[in-house]
Every structure is written in C-alpha cells, then in structure tokens.
Write a protein that binds this ligand. Structure first.
Ligand SMILES: [Zn+2]
Length: 399
C-alpha cells in the first residue's frame, strides 16, 4: 500500500513556515489523485485535516486550476456534497519510450487519462537522431495542448539502458549502442519543462504497478522483448539498486558455458529467453528467414510443427529464469510483459505451471499476470513520472 507522510521532495523544509501547508496540500492532492471524485467532507475524514483547512486548500487548488467541482454527489443524510476531482484538462505530460525501431509516445492528462498513443518509426538511433525525433514530437504536442492552463508541462523518456540516478546520464544502452551519453543535459537545452529520464523496465514497472496492483508491496515486472529487463517494488517502493543498475535479469547465467553475450559473459538469459533469441531460434529451425515481430506473433498463436521445439525451449528458459527471480525476491505479484505469451494463452499457462512446480513453496502465493499495457508500458510509466514531478512542483513551488 502507498504510504502517506512527508514525501522526499519536502525534505529539508522542516522548520519552514510553509511546510505544514505543503504537507496538507500533498495529502489532499494524493487523495484526489488516488481516489478520483470525492467531497470536501470525505477528504477531511481521510486526511485527518479539519474542514476549514480542507476548504481553504481546495479553494486555492481550484483557483490554481488543478482541481475542479463536478456537481453534487449522493448522500444518505442532509445536504448533497459537491464533488471534486483533478482537472485532467489542466495540462498534459508526454511519455516517450525509445526502441531500436522508433518512439512509442503517449500523451496523458493531469488526471492520468491517456489522451492519445502513437508510434513514430526512426531509422537511425544515435543520440542526436533520437533527440531530433523527440524534439519534433514534443513541439507538436506543445502546439496541440497550448490552450490548457499548464499546457504540455513535462516529458518523461524511457531508455533501454542504465541511467545514473545522480547525473541522469545514460551509462550504457547495449540495445542502442550508447555509452555514457549526457542525454538529459542535451535534451534540457531544447526543452525547458519537466524532464524525466529513466530506465524502460523501471518505468514499465511503475505503470504496471500503478494500474494493475497499487496495493502490492512486493511486486516484480518482467519486460521481455529484444532483451529481458525487470523492475521491482520492495516494501512498497520502487527499487533502483546502486547507481540505478537494478533489474538486469537478462544477464543472469542460465546456461553454463553457453553463447557469448555482448555483456562479456556467456550463457546469459537474454540469449535464450528473449523474443530476439526466440526469433533467431525459429529462423534456424526453418533453415531460413528470421521472422519479424509481426510474424512471430502469428507463429506463436498457432505454432506449426517445425517451430514446436523452438517455442518449447523458449518456454523452458523463461521458466528457469522466472523460478530464480521468484526464489530470490518472493513477490506477491509478478507481471510479465511479453507479446509472445500474450499471443499464446497455452504458452502462458505452460510458464505458470512450470514455475508453480519448480519454485519454492512460498512463491505459490504469488499471482502471475500478463501485462495489459503491452509495448506502451514504458511510455505510460514515463508520462506518470513526469506527472508526479508536476504535482511535486505544485506542492513545493505554489504553497
Ligand atoms: Zn549478458
């Protein structure tokens, strides 16, 4: 469960006259964002603040344009309460996820509703080319949302690589071939608003947790596409690991003396359990063309005889890796974002059955689900991260 209390971004304000006001505002915005429509009386009850404080804070938030009244609600007794909610149309965040083929882009309003979702192919993925594409997409979005009170207030970017939590530099992205790229500094030069850069699996995990299981304190998300990445909530908080390097599960060794991985080791899970590995195995099995992502899903939905062994090995390697993760982390929920398993209910059931029979007993209480967000999960998480920073700004700068 999410914990209320003094959030990290208010650290250092102890003793500041505005601290209590900021904390009250943080509480009320948190409740409005989590609960959706609610009345002043229910906000007072849930926050523990008195009604006068709630009314004056809400008046300020309405004046600011971020909260609105939406009519009367039901009441058993007495006067019907006026309901409130976050004014979604007040502003928008853009979430972008970089892949080797293009940019997944979602635009999210301030209330968290996805306004639109697009894909922009890019042919070259050098940092310069990706920044050009992001600038062009951002410019269009700024224009589209210029009428909103806060316009396009921020962008979040999901990068398939390790991001240094302190400097926000891309330390390494094997997929994009980037090493030590000052990506956020370069982007900040052309974009003045809120800018969040994060690892794609971490951001996908934030989106899957928020939308599927906000109550799960110990939660793991696996992102399986060209490689395998993961993210986790531990004791209710997203985990980054030292220097943001948590989640590189694709480089767990699953085959002793196996294939050589670009990371320098051999036998990494990426080389056996990723969709890229599966596509290569299918190409070998039919002695010819490697299927593209689209054909892969057609084959997965109804595997022809020649492909059965490759799919069966893929399922076995997935089970091996997932069993290790379950034994190490003991999550209460595991969400798997994998287009192949989504295309084949039989394979997903085989993975679940294999994990249930091989993982240690305590992991049997873990629910395993498929992602409902698919390829856009990292972009959705990136937009959410930018939106969180926007609300922090309303609390820190406007109180
Ligand atoms: Zn490796």
């Amino acid at each position: 469960m999410k914990r209320l209390g003094i959030p990290q971004y208010l650290d250092g304000r102890t003793g500041d006259k505005t601290l209590s006001k900021a904390v009250n505002r943080a509480l009320l915005l948190h409740l409005l964002r989590e609960k959706g429509a609610c009345s002043r009386a229910s906000l007072a009850k849930d926050s523990g603040l008195n009604k006068v404080t709630v009314s004056s804070q809400i008046a300020e938030l309405i004046e600011l344009g971020i909260v609105k009244e939406i009519g009367v609600g039901a009441s058993e007794l007495g006067r019907k309460p006026i309901m409130l909610e976050i004014a979604g149309e007040a502003g928008y965040a853009l979430g972008l996820s970089i892949s080797t083929t293009g940019l997944f882009v979602v635009a999210m309003d301030a209330a968290g509703k996805i306004d639109r979702s697009d894909f922009f192919p890019i042919e070259v993925h050098t940092p310069e080319a990706v920044i050009d594409a992001i600038v062009s997409v951002t410019r269009n979005a700024k224009r589209r949302y210029r009428q909103a009170k806060f316009g396009l207030f921020g962008i979040g970017i999901a990068v398939p690589g390790t991001i240094d939590q302190g400097t926000r530099r891309v330390v390494c992205s094997a997929k994009l071939g980037w090493e030590d790229v000052p990506f956020s500094e370069d982007l900040a030069k052309v974009f003045g608003g809120i800018l969040h850069v994060g690892n794609d699996a971490t951001l996908a995990t934030i989106a899957e947790h928020e939308l599927n299981a906000p109550e799960a304190d110990d939660f793991v998300c696996l992102l399986i596409d060209e490689g395998i990445g993961s993210g986790a909530y531990i004791n209710g908080a997203i985990h980054y690991g030292h220097n943001g390097q948590f989640g590189e599960v694709g480089h767990m060794t699953v085959v002793h003396d196996g294939l050589r991985c670009p990371c320098g080791n051999t036998g990494c899970w990426d080389l056996y359990g990723s969709e890229l590995a599966l596509r290569q195995a299918l190409g070998t099995a039919r002695g010819g063309k490697i299927p593209d992502a689209e054909e892969l899903l057609t084959l997965a939905a109804s595997p022809p005889d020649w492909s059965q062994e490759a799919f069966s090995n893929f399922v076995d390697y997935l089970i091996s890796g997932i069993v290790s993760i379950m034994n190490a982390m003991a999550p209460s929920m595991l969400v798997i974002n994998c287009a192949v398993l989504s295309a084949s209910p039989a394979m997903f059931e085989a993975v679940k059955a294999g994990v249930a029979s091989r993982a240690l007993a305590h992991t049997h209480v873990c629910e395993i689900r498929l992602s409902s967000l698919g390829k856009t999960a990292p972009a959705i998480g990136a937009a959410m991260a930018a939106k969180d920073r926007f609300f922090e700004g309303l609390i820190v700068n406007e109180t």
